[in-house]
Ligand binder design. Structure first.
Ligand SMILES: [Zn+2]
Ligand SMILES: [Zn+2]
Ligand SMILES: [Zn+2]
Length: 135
């Protein structure tokens, strides 16, 4: 599915800015921060970018991961996420040398058993270390 179809299928209006953001995020399962996205996107201002990422997250198009420095990073969802529910149950890898955050699509997070009366609505597992390029 191309970016425009993806945006439309999640009930959002197609705009050139939204297409550009989604195409920029779409590569290699990398989770990018605002600071990394801004220079690539050029003309899209900060507030627009903030809103687009917010809308995308709510629509189930991207998921957010917080890296080891507390910075929010965004990656494209590939698990049929919906407006109600994100289904990204993969592990994230945060490289301590180049600071890249990667979606490990094929590595599922371990199910954490909870005490009675607790419900899981989300879970994040981040592994820290050296990526392929830094090793
Ligand atoms: Zn998702
Ligand atoms: Zn690295
Ligand atoms: Zn991910």
């Amino acid at each position: 599915m191309n970016a425009a179809d993806e945006i439309k299928s999640k009930g959002l209006k197609i705009t050139p800015a939204r297409i550009k953001v989604l195409n920029t995020l779409g590569h290699d399962g990398l989770a990018l921060s605002h600071t990394e996205l801004e220079p690539i996107l050029g003309k899209i201002d900060r507030i627009t970018l903030y809103r687009i990422l917010n809308d995308f997250e709510e629509a189930g198009i991207v998921h957010k991961v917080i890296d080891k420095d507390g910075i929010a990073r965004f990656a494209v969802c590939r698990h049929n996420c919906t407006t109600q529910h994100h289904n990204d149950t993969h592990v994230h890898f945060n490289c301590t040398a180049c600071h890249k955050m990667l979606c490990l699509e094929h590595t599922q997070v371990a199910r954490i058993p909870l005490p009675d009366g607790f419900t899981t609505t989300g879970q994040s597992t981040i592994v820290y270390g050296l990526c392929k390029d830094c090793n």
